[in-house]
Structures are given as C-alpha cells and as structure tokens.
Design a protein around this ligand. Structure first.
Ligand SMILES: [Mn+2]
Length: 356
C-alpha cells in the first residue's frame, strides 16, 4: 500500500488537471472521501483539484458538503447535459480519482470525463465493479471508502485538520449504519481518528439531515395524538395496527408509528387539489408474513372499489388515492373493511388519557 501511495503522490506531482469524482446522489461516505481526496491533492501541490458530483447530493450529506467548503474545497454538481465549458471544467483531465463508486453507470454525467481521463485512481470498498484504474485502493471488507482514503493520507504523512477528521468519522459511521457491521481494521481507523482529536458527537451530527421546518415536528406529534390503535389477535402472535390522519408528511407519520411499536400503520390525508384522500401505509414484513395478508390487495383495493381512485405498492410500503374528500368517511370505511376481514380478532386499544 505504501508503494501505491507513493505512486499516487508521483502521479499528482506530474500533472495539472485533476478531477476527483464520486457517484450520483452522493452520501456522507462519498462526500467525505471526495473532500479528503481533494485535501490530499492540494497538500501535494494541486492548486485547484476539480471536485465533482454527478446529478445531486443526498439530503443527509448536505452538512458534509458545507464542511468541505469551509476548507476551501468547493464541490461542483454536474447535471446531465450540462455545458462543461460554461462551468469552466477542462475538456480533458490528466488524472481522475474516483471514490466510493463501483461502476460507470453511477457516474452518470461524469462518465465521459472519467473514461477519457489519462490516468485513473480508484478508492473504494465495493466488490462488484467495472471501473479499472492505474492505481487501485480497493478493499471490499472495509466499512467505508472514507477510512481507505484516510489511510492513504496517513501513509503519505499528510496532517488533517480536526474538522476533516470529524467528516471521515462521519463517513464510516454512516456507511456502517452506526457499526451494524464490524471490521477490526475499520475500528482501528476509528480509534486513530478519535485519538487524533475527531469528535464523535460532531461526526454523528454530520450524518443527520439538516433540521426540518417546525411544522414537520408538529405534523408528527399530531399524527401520534390523533391515531387509533388496534390489536389483531392470531395464533402466531398478536399484531398491532395504527390508523391516523395528518395534513402533510404522511409517510414520516407512518414510519413514526412503526417506530413506536406498531406492525402496520395506515395514514390518511386530505388532498384538496385532487378532492380526494390519500392513504399511505408502512408495515413490518415479518409481521405480515405471520398474518398472511397483503395490505394493498386485501385492504386498500376495497377502499378504491368503494370510492374510486387508484394506487399500488409492495408488501411493506404503498399508497392509494380514493375519490372522497372527507378523510373521516374513508377512515370509517377502512375500519369496516378491517372488521370484515378480521371479525372478532380485531379489537381497539383504549386507554384513558393522562390527567383526564
Ligand atoms: Mn461507501
């Protein structure tokens, strides 16, 4: 690895036009790797490395992009069909560093830039791949590309500012889904990052999407306050179903109800423009397997037959629109359908409100 790192340093020293790119809808690991590679390139003498992302950046990686910018490393988003000359992007690059990306398909608008590049460098932890390179740092056993990129900077003796260490740690946390997977070498990198001053707290916050507007929180609170809970008993164990209504953010409302402990959540919302009611559902797949029901075809389709409309979905998520503007009427019909399916196995959970 040391040898490859020296080769990378040599290649960067010889050339001028350096592109550093990653996959579309770039996540935190992709942005952290991109930013660190940019920092490395600048440290070895590339004044203006071109950091580019095709199409767009994932919501949860926006803070990472801002952090990168604070280090004077600007990330350019290149949309399909964009006029590269207008953006000031060189026609040809001498070196392309491709991070966290397995295939040309994921490079979208940047595919041509990379395929015509004189020399390619790849830093990645994906196994199945179709991008060949002159210098490859590939290890599918690793949790993230960020940690590989960090090891390269370490071997080249480049010292990294603390904020960038936070970002590398965020890349590892995010791609490992907070260490749902483990790898001893990845943990060693994490230990080094922390010993060198990275803040776990800052890293965690870098993996979170920016704050939602205040009414987002209120919509979720209303969703919980308004919901009705039902128990469906069966020999394989009880199943819990929630029914609620909100004005916006229905799918977040449904996910919150599942996080509370429900197996199935159905959330209605009135759509004034369509003069209709939308119904979104989310369900835990293991629970559905136990019950042997399909939410769309066994429940929602009957609503659509009654009111008109349409919809679709798969086992654990889906939606329908029914041509009735009054969500209470739709909810009543929905409960009728549930009773007709489950009969006396269905019972409502009733609790006294606190302090009432
Ligand atoms: Mn990754």
């Amino acid at each position: 690895m040391q040898e490859k790192c020296e080769k990378l340093r040599q290649v960067l020293k010889e050339e001028r036009n350096v592109a550093i790119v990653t996959h579309s809808n770039a996540d935190v690991d992709a942005i952290a790797s991109l930013c660190l590679a940019g920092y490395l390139a600048r440290s070895v003498g590339i004044q203006y490395p071109w950091l580019m992302v095709p199409e767009g950046i994932a919501l949860e990686a926006r803070k990472a992009v801002d952090l990168c910018k604070s280090l004077d490393l600007e990330i350019k988003i290149v949309k399909r069909g964009a006029d590269l000359a207008k953006l000031g992007v060189p026609e040809r690059f001498d070196v392309c560093i491709v991070v966290d990306t397995a295939s040309y398909v994921q490079l979208k608008s940047l595919k041509d830039i990379v395929s015509t590049c004189s020399r390619k460098v790849v830093v990645d932890h994906h196994a199945e791949r179709d991008i060949d390179a002159d210098i490859e740092f590939i290890d599918p056993s690793r949790l993230s590309s960020s940690e590989l990129m960090y090891e390269i900077t370490e071997l080249l003796g480049i010292s990294i500012p603390k904020t960038l260490l936070d970002l590398v740690l965020a890349g590892i946390i995010s791609d490992s889904k907070r260490f749902l997977r483990a790898n001893p070498r990845s943990f060693m990198v994490v230990a080094k990052l922390l010993l060198n001053g990275a803040s776990y707290e800052n890293a965690l916050s870098l993996t979170q999407p920016p704050q939602r507007p205040p009414h987002y929180r209120l919509a979720k609170i209303k969703c919980v306050l308004r919901h009705r809970g039902f128990k469906i008993s069966s020999e394989q164990g009880d199943l819990y179903l929630a029914l609620s209504e909100v004005g916006a953010y229905e799918s977040d409302c449904a996910s919150s109800l599942l996080a509370l402990g429900y197996d199935i959540a159905l959330v209605l919302s009135e759509d004034d423009a369509l003069r209709a009611t939308r119904i979104v559902y989310r369900a835990k797949e293991d629970a559905l397997g136990k019950m042997g029901i399909d939410i769309y075809s066994d429940i929602l389709r009957k609503l659509v037959e009654t009111f008109g409309g349409g919809g679709g979905g798969h086992k654990s998520a889906g939606a329908a629109i029914v041509m009735c503007r009054d969500s209470d009427s739709v909810a009543r019909k929905l409960i009728e359908i549930l009773v007709s399916i489950f009969r006396n196995r269905l019972s409502e959970l009733v609790e006294q409100k606190v302090g009432a």
